[in-house]
Structures are given as C-alpha cells and as structure tokens.
Write a new protein. Structure first.
Length: 305
C-alpha cells in the first residue's frame, strides 16, 4: 500500500479514535485485535467467548515481512485493545502500532519478560530474539501480560479472566515439562535442530537441543552460498539425520542444504514441517498453541530419534 495512503487512513482513524470510547460490538462485547495466531490463542484462553478477538495474520503468514493492509488498519482503529508480540517481530508494523498507541492501549506481549531471560542477537542489531513462544515458560509471561492488559480495560470481569488464565497457565506448565522430557529421548549426538531461519533459539536453550538456522533471526536476512556450505559441512560431519522446513518460510533455502549434502554423498532427510512463526489452520490440532508445540515436538523427535 502507498505510504501516503496509510498515513491518511491513520490520521483519519486517530482523529475519530480520540472522540470515541470503547467500540463494543452489537452484543456489547469488547473488541481485541492482535497480530499473530499465537497471541490470538493466548487471548482467547483468557477471555473465553466473552470478547471478540481478531488476528491479522493467519496460518502460513510470515510476521517479519507482514505489512498492514487497508482492512487491517480499519480493524486496528476499531479495536478497544491491541496486542502484538514486540521485540521487532512485526518488523514492518512498528510505525502503525506506535501511532495507534497514542490513542488506545497497544501492548507488546513480550514487554513483561525480564530482560535477563531474553536472547540478545548480535546479527539482529544487538536486539532481542522475538521468538518467545518457543520457550513455553516465557510464553507464560506473555499470557500474564495479556491478563493484566485485559483486566485493566475490563476490571469488572477480573475474576473470570483470572480463573481462565490460572487454568491455562497450569496447562502451559505441564506442556513445558512434557517438551523437556520428549527432547531428552533423542540420542545426544542427534540433538541438533536445523531449520530455514533462526526461530528456535529459545527452544534450544529451554529444552537443551543445539539449534542452527540458515537465515538469521528475521526472514528478511539473506543467506549465501557460504552459509549453505557451512551447514552442509556440519551435517555431513556429524551425520545429522534430518533437517526441517517451516510452514511460514520458503523451502528453497533448506532444499539447497539437502542438495548440498547429497552432492557430498550424504542423504539428509526432510524431517517434516515445523510451525515456526505461524500456527496451523483453525479447527486442527496445530491451530492452537498447545497443539502446535506438541506437533512440532513430535515431528522433531520422530525424525531425529
Ligand atoms: Zn521468525
């Protein structure tokens, strides 16, 4: 979309935004708009059906490259509350979110996480790795930030939201323990996770698996022949059984690695599709955060064991 058009729309939205209060829908429900499916799922686990929740980015959508459409701007300006990931995950939406933040609550779900728990990445301008949902214990902090954002806006339903969140946090605790135990079943010398882009850093740290990506933290970064050959050397030397593709990233990069290994006489398998920066279709197990994590872990364990 033309930049001038975005600013004209935003200016109009901000102007009307100042004069309106909560824009409850016909049933009187609050209207929350979020960026990713992971955040949508977390919010829904806190609010149940009592609030309207809309995600801008669906299955297979890459948040690093995503630009707000005209329809998105309309949804964002009509929202009572906006949640986004933050830490520059939504790299192309920063300005839009910042402007909206002047007239309504716009909350980064990552903002409550203690800085010492974030991975600082030199190749990502010394910024923190935004892929916090890969460590379930960090994602719990995001859920707590979501809970406090909602209760601040809608304090009268505080008890309901608190009970829902508490219940969900217990499920996340048990998921965290399950992932740990599953990764431990992979023989130690095979405990390397190779993917197209560097999304799994927190996963590696939390669950003790070595992680290597061909592209950097953001899919915006390019990979070169040198990166491919380094990874090919690593795989052939360590006889890594499988590499993984990601549902929101082109397969081209990882296919170059597989071909490179083949040229050196080593067959590395594609271990399967991992949900990295977007969840699966709604109404499938991978369409929820809990299901997405379980599916990824099963895929990783089955291919590397
Ligand atoms: Zn990513």
């Amino acid at each position: 979309m033309d930049c001038r058009l975005i600013f004209a729309l935003l200016a109009a939205a901000l102007f009307t935004g100042c004069s309106s209060s909560k824009t409850e829908d016909k049933t009187g429900r609050l209207n929350i708009v979020v960026t990713t499916g992971m955040i949508e799922d977390a919010v829904k686990n806190v609010v149940g059906d009592s609030v309207q929740v809309t995600a801008l980015m669906g299955p297979g959508v890459d948040p690093h490259l995503y630009k707000a459409t005209q329809g998105d701007l309309k949804k964002l300006t009509q929202a009572d509350l906006i949640f986004y990931n933050g830490l520059h995950l939504e790299g192309k939406m920063g300005e839009v979110l910042e402007k909206l933040g002047r007239v309504k609550p716009v909350i980064a779900v990552a903002e409550g996480i203690d800085n010492s728990l974030l991975r600082i990445v030199p190749e990502f301008n010394d910024s923190a790795d935004p892929h916090i949902w890969f460590d379930v214990s960090l994602w719990k902090e995001a859920v707590k930030t979501i809970l406090s954002g909602i209760t601040e806006l809608d304090g009268k339903n505080n008890g309901y939201y608190n009970a829902n969140a508490e219940n969900y946090l217990v499920q996340l605790d048990s998921l965290h323990r399950w992932v740990k135990s599953q990764i431990l079943t992979i023989p130690e010398q095979q405990r390397t996770l190779i993917t197209a882009h560097d999304a799994f850093g927190y996963f590696g740290e939390a669950y003790h698996i070595d992680v290597r990506g061909l592209q950097g933290i953001s899919t915006l970064s390019e990979y070169g022949l040198r990166d491919v050959s380094d990874l090919v050397n690593y795989i052939t030397k360590n006889k890594i059984k499988a590499v993984f593709v990601e549902t929101s990233v082109s397969e081209k990069a990882i296919n170059a690695v597989v071909q490179g290994c083949r040229d050196k006489g080593f067959e590395v398998q594609i271990g399967g599709n991992l949900y990295s920066d977007a969840m699966g279709e709604s109404n499938t197990p991978e369409g929820t955060y809990l299901g997405m994590v379980r599916t990824n872990v099963n895929t990783i364990v089955n291919a590397l064991k």
